[in-house]
Ligand binder design. Structure first.
Ligand code: URA
Length: 207
């Protein structure tokens, strides 16, 4: 049998719709996290909104609900979105890793590598006008830039996504779980939210 990353790539490439991609992920046995998770956590929100948020991976609540960002960091994320007039009808939310790592440990490089083809295909099928990358893991995995998130946050980058003709403007931000642990960083988060709002209003420098 082909190596897991090659199988992931072939399955992801073969998915012509978001629903087909969800089904392909649900049937994929090349990531060991699928065996220990309760549910696949695929996405939540509005795929036609033009704005896609990418977190790290499900925690305990998300694993139980099969939905991203429903626990404490999800509640903070909802408040952050509300502060710039957004809610889940106006964004699509997904994660770098669609299955909960046991005990909320960070995913390994191998686990990230096998999930990335699915995430990139997810982005290509949704065709967002803007992306928000929540936290270091999603930012590093998608941009390939391993600089610290405190340095990368708040600056738009262009993300080349296979299957899309033009790069997608992506804004790295601090992860809500980090903000819960580090309230002093909230000021940076609000600055980044204002940048996002400006870009959505067509006034920012995202493009
Ligand atoms: N943290 C994430 O990155 N994603 C979730 O879905 C929940 C918490």
């Amino acid at each position: 049998m082909a190596a897991p990353v090659a199988r992931a790539q072939a399955l992801a490439d073969g998915a012509a719709t978001r629903e087909a991609l969800r089904a392909a992920l649900a049937g994929f046995d090349g990531c060991p996290l699928a065996a220990t998770a309760t549910n696949l956590v695929f996405d939540d929100g509005n795929p036609d909104s033009g704005l896609m948020l990418i977190g790290e991976g499900p925690g305990a609540e998300e694993d139980r609900a099969g939905k991203p960002f429903v626990g404490p960091s999800g509640q903070l994320l909802d408040r952050m979105l509300a502060s710039i007039g957004l809610d889940r009808t106006k964004v699509l939310i997904t994660n770098l890793i669609p299955w909960r790592p046991p005990g909320n440990r960070n995913p390994t490089d191998a686990e990230i590598a096998v999930c990335l083809p699915f995430l990139r295909r997810h982005i290509a099928l949704v065709r967002p006008r803007h992306l928000v990358l929540l936290g270091a893991l999603a930012t590093h995995a998608l941009t390939g830039d391993k600089a610290g998130i405190r340095r990368m946050r708040g600056k738009w980058v262009k993300l080349t996504v296979p299957g899309l003709d033009t790069p997608v403007p992506a804004l790295p931000m601090l992860h809500p779980a980090y903000l819960l642990r580090t309230p002093g960083a909230k000021r940076d988060a609000w600055a980044d939210l204002r940048l996002l709002r400006r870009a959505l209003d067509g006034a920012g420098s995202a493009r």
